[in-house]
Design a protein around this ligand. Structure first.
Ligand SMILES: *[C@@H]1O[C@H](CO)[C@@H](O)[C@H](O)[C@H]1NC(C)=O
Ligand SMILES: *[C@@H]1O[C@H](CO)[C@@H](O)[C@H](O)[C@H]1NC(C)=O
Length: 404
């Protein structure tokens, strides 16, 4: 099916030009855009991180996902019209147009590339590796190199259109697969009422001698999204004001996200795509947060461990094992056939984020850095640079790998 999508993407756009390769010929309609925004955002880091945080502290982390609902609207109505009017392909290019000078453009593109490696790629690889390690016991480095080769191949050959269409397919796999898992999880725990009461009682049996009770007892405000400004672990002013600033940076000025909007046919499709993405962002609360909390109920001793030696035994880390909340559900709760489906969900989320990041990184490299080095580069030359930088980024990718 992926091959079919790739071929469709390849014949339907002219990939020999910058607009064709990096902006999918500016011909995308709203539903692949919305799905691709979602898939680029949701990586395996979300399944591991959000479910883990939920297992540890309750459902407030789901509010972080819901915050995006407001910001995608700001993106479509406020930011994208400006970018389209300016006729830019990348964010550094926009800053150059707006403020003049070359340094700001180079600075932002180099900074973005570094942030991609150190924040996005490494976090997703780390959580993908936790999964592969828990599931298959496979050598992590081998698995990651394999994944990278596949993703790099279709980013290089297909351009943005191929990435967006495969993102769409992967969104469907992700949503269907994790919906099934959520069903199994709620069935196992006995419905929402039972879930609420049993979560509050999920205390590990081994609690050590000198460990404070607040470390292993579920928080009294576990089922609140807006938590006390002073005593809460995720205080509400941070959720409402602080996070909105960060989310505006991520959703409105990040190349990975903006590039998808710029590939749209016209502004109506951008708006519809962003609204679709907003609706999809309602799902993580149900698909990741609740299952993560249920995992703590079902596997209390492992997921909520506090005794360092115990934790080391279960997940190889002494500081706690909440990261394995979601992988544990997939591996222990799902029947055999569905376990395979869920593994492909995890791989889909990992690969859809990685391909999006690689594609945007190569766009930044080609449009902002390569054109600076070779100011008279022809379009053909830029296309070659764009495809190569997908592979030339490899040293950077492996740099990211060492963070594992
Ligand atoms: C517990 O803490 C007390 C005081 O901090 C200390 O004297 C005692 O040795 C600790 N016990 C263990 C088993 O670590
Ligand atoms: C955008 O394109 C669609 C057709 O794909 C058309 O119906 C719509 O009116 C267009 N919107 C604008 C603002 O041009």
């Amino acid at each position: 099916v992926t091959t079919m999508f790739l071929i469709t993407a390849m014949v339907s756009t002219n990939r020999a030009t910058v607009g064709g390769f990096f902006l999918a010929g500016r011909s995308m309609v709203w539903w692949p855009i919305g799905a691709s925004l979602f898939a680029s955002n949701i990586g395996s880091g979300h399944f591991v991180g959000i479910a883990g945080t939920a297992a540890a502290g309750g459902l407030a982390i789901g509010g972080f996902e819901w915050n995006a609902l407001v910001v995608v609207v700001i993106l479509a109505w406020l930011f994208v019209p400006i970018y389209i009017k300016a006729g830019v392909v990348t964010m550094p290019e926009y800053l150059k147009k707006r403020f003049g000078g070359q340094r700001i453009r180079i600075y932002l593109s180099v900074l973005s590339l570094f942030l991609y490696v150190f924040t996005k790629i490494s976090a997703d690889m780390f959580s993908g590796a936790i999964f592969i390690n828990q599931a298959l016991g496979l050598n992590i480095y081998l698995a990651v190199i394999l994944l990278l080769s596949i993703t790099a191949l279709y980013t290089v050959t297909g351009g943005l259109a191929a990435v967006i269409y495969t993102d769409t397919l992967q969104t469907i796999i992700m949503v269907v697969g994790s919906f099934i898992l959520m069903g199994y999880a709620f069935n196992e725990v006995g419905g929402y009422e039972n879930f609420q009461s049993r979560y509050m009682e999920a205390i590990p049996t081994l609690t050590g001698v000198n460990i404070s009770a607040s470390c292993y007892t579920p928080r009294p405000d576990s089922f609140h999204i807006f938590r006390n400004a002073v005593t809460g672990d995720l205080p509400w002013p941070g959720l409402v004001f602080g996070l909105t600033v960060q989310a505006t940076w991520y959703w409105c000025t990040d190349q990975v996200i903006v590039q998808r909007c710029l590939s749209a046919k016209n502004l109506s499709h951008v708006k519809a795509g962003c609204i679709l993405c907003g609706y999809l962002k309602l799902l993580p609360m149900f698909l990741m947060v609740f299952p993560g909390m249920i995992s703590r109920i079902l596997y209390t001793d492992e997921v909520a461990c506090v005794e360092p030696e115990e934790c080391l035994k279960y997940c190889g880390a002494t500081v706690g094992c909440t990261n394995i909340a979601y992988p544990k559900l997939v591996l222990d709760l799902m029947p055999n056939g569905l376990r395979g489906l869920m593994l492909s969900v995890m791989m889909a989320s990992l690969m859809s984020s990685l391909t999006s990041i690689f594609n945007s990184a190569s766009t930044l490299f080609t449009m902002d850095i390569y054109t600076k080095i070779r100011s008279s580069a022809s379009e053909k030359e830029l296309m070659i640079a764009g495809r190569c930088s997908n592979t030339q980024l490899s040293p950077l990718k492996f740099f990211g790998l060492h963070l594992l």
